[in-house]
Structures are given as C-alpha cells and as structure tokens.
Design a binder for this molecule. Structure first.
Ligand code: SF4
Length: 381
C-alpha cells in the first residue's frame, strides 16, 4: 500500500452486563478470555502495522475500562508496539463510570491516553436503572473527578435524551449539572430502540413515536443550553469547547485530518472547535480507518469491512494467522460519494466543492444538479 492509514479503532468486546438499549457487540469478561483476546489483538495489530501510522486512535467497545489494571496496561503496551501513542494527536479511551478508579485513570494518562470519553448517559438514578446502566449518578461524578485528578484535560461526556420516563425538567437538570462539570466535549444522542434489545421489547417503536415531540423539544433545549454554555455545535449530536488557539489562525497547528481544502475555504476551519473529536471527524469526512477487535468496522482503500462479531472465533482465526473479517464490500464510486456526502452533511461545516471533489472525485460545480440527483438516488439505493 503506497500510503499508511492514519486512523485506528479498537473494539474491546467486554462489559459488566448488558445495558437495556445496547446493540453493540460485547459480553462479560473472564480473565482467560481477556488474555486470549489480548493475544489475538496483538496478532491483528501486527498484520496491519505496515499499513498503519495512526494520528488518531479510539479504544471503544464494549467497555475498555472493565479490564483490570494489569490487563488494561497490557492492552496499551500492545498498542504501543505498533503505534507510538505520543505520536498520535489523539488517543481516546471510552470509560464506563462503574469501572473507572483513580489508579486506572492515572495509568491511562501515563500510557499516553489524551482523551477520555465517559459514558454518563444520565445523571438521574431512576433513569440509569431503567436504561440498565451498571453505574449510579454518584459514580459518574466520582469517575469524572478521577479522570480530572489524573490530569485528563480533554474529557467527553456522553448523554442520552428522550429516555422513557425522562421529563423535560429532568433533562434540564442534567444539562445544568453537566455544564457545571465543564467537560471539553459533549455527545448527546436521542435514545434509539434497536431491535433485539430488551428496551425495544419493553417499549417498542410505538413509544418512540409517542415521544417524538418531547424528543424534539429536548433537542432544542440541548442546542440552547450548549450554546449558552459556550459549546460549539460541530455535528448533529456533538458539541465542543474551542481553545484559545484557532485552527484557522496564524501559527496554529492544523488538525491532522483537516485537508488543505477545508482550511482554505473561508470561514470553514474556524467553525470546527479545537476540542472536536478528531477521530470521529475523520469518519464524517470520508477518511480511511482500520477497525480491530471483534465486530469492528474498517474502511481502507475504498473497501468497507466488518470483523467477526464473536470473540472466540475472532481469536481462533488470528491464532491461525488469518484476518478475522466477516464482511468486505468495495463500494462503486457513486455510492461511495453518496455515503461521503451524507456523513459529511452531519457536520455543521457541510462540504465545500473543493473538499468534496478531493475526497470523492466528483466536481459538483460542473453539471452539479444532475450529479446531486445521482448522489441522492445512490444514497437511497
Ligand atoms: S456499557 Fe456501553 S457497550 Fe456495554 S452494554 Fe452498556 S451501552 Fe453497550
């Protein structure tokens, strides 16, 4: 491969239990299975290492922090063999409040993790129980304090709204408390009812429809509260603080994923806040990424892949020296361009003609109406 992929996602497929709404692949951890997984992940990393020079790494799942201290340390030492965490602009770890201790937070920081993403979801104990979350409101505050105490200066908080039973008053209270915590980044999603989850069985699509108006009002409330607190919305569900440095200002380091075309487009660079998640922005701008671990998705050289969503089979294939890929699809250029257009339009910056052309090869300034019609048909196909 002529160039090296600059983005890496690692899926740690273990959780304490299963949250009622969750459709991600995960299972309870046992020491034996975690050790086998870490061996397999090391093999998978070695297979892709020659094509990898990560600028952003995202360790998610699952719950990476469910691993005990020594296994967590081993995970990052394995990552460190093929990447130099210090050389990555952004190394994020997802943390569940039930599994973050001060010692683990300090360990993660000492191993080069630059960004912690804390899955709070709600600060209301009643709603946390309804969601089947394994932590309390108190644990969310304690985990946040542990991360800050360990020196994390770039923390995301995940929240959900339109949770069954959540009133506007509860949502306002949560937003006010999170505002007081002052994380650098907020990800706020409306709850979705995924098929084959206990919440779907319990509530069904009808409940989702009934709550539609309240969900819209909660989203409006979120936009107002985030803006009033100084957060800049840069994507439908994502908000970040801006630092003193501006990506568009003289002497400021450009983020690794920002293409020359973005920075050259007047008024665009300034609209992506400094604490935006670089890893996710790469997804939304149609960038390549390797996905390692059971069920992880990847996109390299125009091919979408998904790993096998079964930890034991994932391990068995790697033990035989094979990539554990369950699915691979080379998208036709038009379909790929439609996908890139749709993802990019989730961002407030949208697309400049120049950047869209550089990413997809489609020049919308020439015969644009016809091309847009084709893209829209391909997106719907
Ligand atoms: S902690 Fe996250 S990945 Fe694990 S079951 Fe809950 S929502 Fe899913």
């Amino acid at each position: 491969m002529a160039h090296r992929v600059s983005s890496l996602y690692v899926h740690v497929p273990f959780c304490i239990g299963k949250c009622g709404y969750c459709a991600f692949y995960s299972e309870p951890a046992s020491d034996e299975l975690v050790d086998r997984f870490l061996d397999a992940l090391a093999r998978e990393l070695a297979l892709v290492a020659p094509d990898l020079a990560p600028k952003s790494v995202y360790v998610g799942g699952g719950t990476p922090t469910v691993l005990g201290f020594h296994r967590l340390e081993r995970l990052f030492r394995e990552l460190g063999r093929v990447i130099t965490p210090c050389a990555a602009d952004e190394l994020t770890v997802e943390c569940n409040p039930a599994t973050v201790t001060s010692a683990k937070a300090r360990l993660l920081r000492s191993l080069g993790v630059t960004r912690a993403s804390l899955g709070v979801q709600s600060l209301d104990d009643e709603l946390l129980i309804r969601l089947g979350r394994p932590h309390s409101r108190r644990q969310a505050f304690d985990a946040y304090d542990a991360l800050r105490g360990a020196g994390f200066d770039n923390v995301n908080i995940d929240l959900m709204f339109a949770i069954p039973g959540q009133t506007m008053e509860m949502w306002r209270r949560t937003l006010a408390e999170v505002k007081a915590m002052r994380p650098e980044h907020l990800s706020c999603y409306e709850i979705t009812y995924e098929e084959d989850t206990p919440l779907f069985e319990l509530m069904g699509a009808a409940e989702s429809d009934a709550n539609h108006e309240l969900a819209c009002a909660m989203y409006e409330e979120l936009l107002d509260a985030a803006a009033a607190a100084g957060y800049i919305q840069y994507e439908v569900s994502n908000f970040a603080l801006d630092a003193a440095r501006s990506w568009g200002s003289a002497g400021a380091a450009a983020p690794a994923f920002a293409t020359a075309a973005v920075l050259a487009t007047p008024g665009v660079a300034e609209r992506i806040p400094a604490y935006a998640c670089k890893h996710n922005v790469n997804y939304w701008r149609g960038g390549e990424f390797f996905g390692l671990g059971p069920s992880a998705a990847g996109f390299v050289q125009g091919i979408h892949t998904a790993n096998i969503a079964d930890t034991r089979r994932y391990c068995a294939l790697l033990e035989q020296g094979l990539r554990p890929i369950a699915f691979a699809e080379l998208l036709p250029p038009l379909k790929r361009a439609a996908e890139v257009a749709a993802f990019g339009l989730r961002m407030v910056v949208g697309w400049s003609f120049e950047e869209f052309k550089s990413v997809t090869g489609y020049d919308l300034q020439k015969n644009g109406a016809k091309k847009l019609q084709n893209l829209s048909s391909a997106a719907g196909a």
